[in-house]
Design a protein around this ligand. Structure first.
Ligand SMILES: [Fe+2]
Length: 240
């Protein structure tokens, strides 16, 4: 099984993911074991908390790339960020302070968990009107109705869910929300959002099997493999 993961925190010493190179390598090993072959490295970009660490991020990326290239030649890595939304984020993107997914127009973005639909919708419209395609990270965490999620998708926003939430490892409420979103086929991507091996490990394989069982193989393939790969393989102009 070859999965594509567009949301992970594996680069050491760049955010709340691994602190050491060794932990980073163990997470990459686990990712490979889970069947992930295309992996976006999306350290948090949240000024005041995370970010402004370009040199460490690129050192960690190069270190992981060397490890993976030697040990797992069929595993591919791609740069990115998980951007915490702020009205200034468009200028951060233009200036290259934070990165889109593999230099595409796609931006993985999150908001405060308490953000209202209006705040989320306005922020996403700001990114869209600036030429970016936002992917709303772990959409299940926000207090959005299915109608509101469908409205965001109509605007051109893409929806990402976390594997652990789908599997029920992040609590009943998040599992319930993912179930509703999946039932309506509103999800575009499943990702691990992995941070460590203990509390937030990569769970692509069991999640894929769960989705396949409950929602069918074609939808499972689309949201765990194909859609993300299509996105990753686009060039920087956004065209394939
Ligand atoms: Fe994340």
């Amino acid at each position: 099984m070859e999965f594509s993961d567009i949301h992970s925190h594996i680069l050491y010493h760049t955010d709340d993911g691994p602190k050491t190179k060794e932990e980073m390598f163990l997470l990459a090993d686990k990712m490979y074991e889970e069947g992930v072959r295309h992996l976006c490295l999306t350290s948090h970009f949240h000024p005041g908390f995370y970010g402004n660490n370009t040199s460490q991020k690129s050192l960690a990326f190069d270190t992981l790339l060397a490890y993976v290239t030697q040990k797992y030649p069929d595993m591919k890595l791609y740069p990115g960020n998980e951007l915490y939304y702020s009205p200034d984020c468009v200028s951060w993107l233009h200036e290259g302070l934070c990165q889109t997914l593999n230099h595409s127009r796609y931006v993985l973005v999150d908001f405060s968990h308490h953000a209202s639909y209006r705040e989320i919708s306005d922020g996403l419209k700001n990114l869209l009107s600036s030429g970016y395609i936002p992917i709303l990270a772990h959409t299940e965490r926000y207090r959005l109705s299915l109608k509101q999620i469908a409205s965001l998708k109509q605007l051109g926003v893409l929806i990402q869910l976390n594997a652990q939430s789908i599997l029920g490892e992040a609590g009943f409420l998040l599992k319930y929300q993912t179930k509703k979103i999946l039932s309506e086929r509103l999800c575009d991507f499943v990702a691990t959002d992995t941070h460590d091996l203990t509390y937030r490990p990569p769970k692509m394989k069991p999640c894929y099997l769960h989705i396949k069982k409950h929602y069918g193989i074609s939808y499972a393939d689309f949201i765990c493999k194909e859609h993300a790969l299509e996105l990753i393989l686009q060039d920087s102009s956004g065209r394939k």
